[in-house]
Design a protein around this ligand. Structure first.
Ligand code: UDP
Length: 331
């Protein structure tokens, strides 16, 4: 049996591929390499370059490789971009996921794991948010993911497919063995930006707002190590294969750090200061977004191994250095 990982050349997908290979799984990656990198795909996995909505291609991949599970990461993830181009996001995230689900049903693939997001909740508060909280996405990105969750729910009822949708909080860090990491140029995520600034790839960075209703006035997020997230997917896969029911679960550590706490951690781990400026609020940022992750812990038997901000930052920083080497070798 083989696991099909869509978006396996991207940030989270490439970690998933290693997680599966480390567990002895056979893996085929489907990625059109629009934002991912061929070199990010583990050499032991088979890479098919193509689109998740290409039914003929995907059907062939499923049959040829005896795929019994799809882990679907491929999609667009930039919130402001989704506000500027909602139809593009609904096309790429929602319509293409619909086609992929249709192909899975047609080919009789029994297990489907979907990459969802805390953005389905809209503005959460300081309290950890549970899966049954009000769903009120504030961006086309969040809605494009929520619609995909709902399609899965309905397809599962009608066609017997079983699925797990994992709602990610703030994914950060990199493979502790340095095999892959966040490699997207121009990435906007806080830990990535702070590591780039520490290493001199950016002259300075900005804190987006210090007047939020949080203890230090900066936004709080639940930062989760990408390897713990990949482990949650592997557990979800085992559970589905064992006949587990469909599930929607948060993936976070259930506690948050402020922007200033994250920057302090980067300073501590890096060992030197760098230029941090106070800026205006960024449009659309909620004051705090923290997961209640009891469901994932209980249902998946998930016990995070890397719930330590300095460790997340150390892995992110180590990857940033490796990436510098890779890029200079290529230029
Ligand atoms: N942030 C910041 N400076 C940056 C990037 C991010 O102050 O250069 C803040 C951002 O305003 C938010 C938090 O860091 O409050 C996390 O942002 P990120 O983009 O990493 O994730 P999001 O929660 O928006 O998905």
């Amino acid at each position: 049996m083989t696991v099909l990982v869509t978006g396996g050349a991207g940030y989270i997908g490439s970690h998933m591929v290693w997680e599966l290979l480390d567990a002895g799984e056979s893996v085929v990656v489907l990625d059109r390499l629009s934002t991912g990198f061929e070199w990010a795909v583990a050499p032991e996995a088979k890479l098919v370059v193509g689109d998740v909505a290409d039914k003929e291609l995907v059907g062939g991949v499923i049959r040829d490789n005896h795929v019994d599970a799809i882990i679907h990461f491929a999609g667009s993830i930039v919130v402001p971009e989704s506000v500027a181009d909602p139809l593009g996001y609904y096309e790429n995230n929602t319509c293409k996921t619909r086609t992929l689900i249709e192909t899975a049903v047609h080919e009789g693939v029994p297990n489907f794991i979907f990459s969802s997001t805390a953005a389905v909740y809209g503005g959460a508060g300081l309290e950890p948010v549970r899966e049954d909280a009000r769903l009120a996405p504030e961006s086309p990105y969040g809605l494009s993911k929520l619609m995909s969750e709902w399609m899965l729910r309905d397809a599962a009822i009608a066609h017997g497919l079983r699925y797990t949708a994992l709602r990610y909080f703030n994914v950060a860090g990199a493979d502790p063995r340095g095999r892959t990491g966040q490699s997207t140029p121009g990435a906007t995520h806080l830990i990535k930006v702070a590591c780039e600034t520490a290493l001199g790839k950016r002259p300075f960075m900005k804190v987006f707002g210090t007047d939020y209703p949080t203890p230090d006035g900066t936004c709080m997020r639940d930062y989760i190590h990408v390897s713990d997230l990949a482990a949650a997917h592997r557990l979800a896969l085992e559970r589905l294969r064992a006949g587990g029911k469909s599930l929607v679960a948060n993936c976070g550590y259930s506690h948050g750090y402020s922007v200033l706490e994250v920057i302090d951690s980067v300073r501590r781990v890096f060992g030197r200061d760098f230029d941090v400026r106070i800026g205006e609020r960024r449009a659309g940022d909620a004051a705090a977004v923290v997961a209640n992750s009891e469901l994932a812990r209980r249902e998946l038997g998930w016990t995070p191994q890397r719930d330590d901000l300095d460790r997340i930052v150390a892995d992110a920083l180590a990857w940033e250095r490796i990436l510098t080497g890779k890029n200079s070798a290529r230029s």
